[in-house]
Write a protein that binds this ligand. Sequence first.
Ligand code: FAD
Ligand code: NDP
Length: 659
Amino acid sequence: MGSQPEADGLPSEEDLKLYGLQQKYTEEAAKRFRPDGIDQFVELKDAELERFRTLGEDPWADHAALNAKQTVKDGARYKFLVLGAGYGGLLFAVHLIEAGVASGPDDIRIVDTAGGFGGTWYWNRYPGLHCDVESYTYMPLLEETGYMPKSKYAPGHELREHADRIATKWGLHDKAVFRASVKKTAWNESAKLWDVEIEQGRGPGQEPADLRVQTQYVLIASGVLSSPQVPKIPGLETFAGPLFHTARWDYSVSGGKPEDLSLTGLQGKRVGFLGTGATAIQAVPHLARWAKEVYVFQRTPSSVTWRGQRPTDPQEWETKIASKKGWQMERMLNFNAYLTNSPRQGEENMVGDGWTEIPAYCALLGCPDWDIVEPTPEKIGAHVARLYKLDVAATEAKRARVDQIVKDAETAGKMKAWYPTWCKRPTFSDEYLQTFNLPHVHLVDTDGKGVSSATERGLVVAGKEYPLDILILGTGYRTPAVGNGSPARRTGIQVYGRGGNSLDDKWQNHGAATLHGVCSNGFPNLFFMGSTQTASAANFVLALEVHTRHVAHMIAEAERKVAGRNDGSRAVVEVTSEAEEAWTVEIMRRAAWFASVMGCTPGYITSEGQRTQVPQDPMEMMKASRAGAWSQGMENFIGLLEEWKKDGSLKGLEITPVA
Ligand code: FAD
Ligand code: NDP
């Protein structure tokens, strides 16, 4: 596995250990591969069964207050339409305002299916919800808003309130259109504007209203984990007790509320929790405090390391953390350096948490100091071996931690994660593993097979029925890689560009094509964010910051050029096909970096194992490599964008003035 062989030519002891580990990982992954891949799930919003479809409805909207407000006019024209009112949509709006291109009252409209701001933090309100990266780096615009998070990892309600704080500071409340889903957007060639179709809900039992607006720019900030899904478990719909998904927590069943986690509704009840991902790790300890019995159904264990939650010390905040201008980006990049295996020598580890102990996460995020991996079997093999080697200490420490905490040896054995760090979102908790020492908390491990069926009484695993009073689905979200990563498919909308061509068709037939991951030829004045053809970050807000600033810069510069004509023209901004192909080639050159996911256990990162199967058809193989990412990490990508900006010519973008 890449280290020096012994003098006799035999593999070293370290190599043999790594071979053994890799073999164990492969065996465990093999248990979990399913031919149906992502089709083992149905998105709640698309479920045929009403019981599941209604689980996706908004439990939080204040319909009366929203019905009393009219923030969008049917037939109106706006300059910017931002799709999504999460941190991404807010950052788009803020940076457009700050860049001076959105100023008048009719310049921006933000449209969201949700009933308020927050995106992820609007929808998710389950007990225990916190950001998993440090709030000082995760909560956007802390410098600009002057807000000090109350603790190192902020709870969900504080994260949602922060979205409202941003909206208030930049005057966005009257610009938001809630309970409104964008259905379709089409480029109107004669008007040189986007025609947008929106369906706005009015509350239970009321007919939705259809709205049509025109807009110069469309900016898609629809998130990556925003469509909750349910597994197609035979009989699940027959379960007689209350059933809900963690993304729409039902406090009328559990009792309590997000700010007061007295889950009195669980008292005396047998509660089943399906799933052991990042959501389970946060929610299960709270269930255990109130329920009579808790059954946690596990297909694959999460890797769980220490958290170290603590209140923010106001003195440390003032004198150290937030003491100078530009501190938040500096802290974000300092954190990012640990995750891309590139901390600078002698520099302080500012965040200093469990995340910063997993350098092999660079398998997903890239690394600035490692070369581009040539796509030969030898080079790929050496690269993957190097990553496994980098990962082994962290994964072994996590498995040892399970033995230290979980008292029952058999349960401990089942809770160890046998896959490399980069295959699933790592988790952090000082409570989750400890919960399984309680006599009323039961791990129902399915040895990678999943729950076999459900009855009106409960769930069935390997022929044994587990009777339950309440069943909670912590079964995650549709993978963002759906449709080759097409922003339209991910958002559940139809996008038609020049000549009526569909964005989904373009990406399905030819593969992804963008400049810097934010715009595509044939779709003028349309910008989006995602993880395709761009750099990712473990702190998602770093990626949102970088992308929204970049797009605001592109638009501001294009507008500036057109304004110079002094004839009242509007700008039409479009990446040329040559420029997007050149960028795509850069991405393809880097595709081999991500070969290490081939050894992953299934999950949303690999589209439930589909991305780990090498396509046999050369065309499909090429499409897969076009949907790759930047292999040298976010900081390196920022450097590249800075160079692009410095050049000043908006290289690759065509700016056309229109009257
Ligand atoms: P979102 O917050 O997902 O917002 C997108 C919005 O677009 C949603 O409100 C959705 O309703 C709306 N939308 C989508 N389609 C349409 C449409 N057709 N019409 C109208 N509206 C539409 N990342 C981290 O870095 N750290 C964390 O700790 C972390 N925790 C997370 C916890 C959970 C439970 C989940 C699910 C994700 C978490 N993430 C975390 C990832 C998280 O999604 C991002 O950090 C970030 O919040 C994404 O912001 P966004 O605005 O891009 O997307
Ligand atoms: P995940 O997709 O991570 O987990 C879903 C769980 O459901 C998995 O354990 C999966 O098992 C299990 N599952 C699915 N189908 C079955 C079945 N038929 N039988 C048994 N088990 C089944 O979803 P989460 O909501 O936990 O997390 C999604 C992402 O959201 C995270 O990765 C993270 O990025 C983000 N997040 C972040 C949080 C934070 O800490 N701030 C908290 C929550 C989420 P298997 O693994 O085998 O597929």
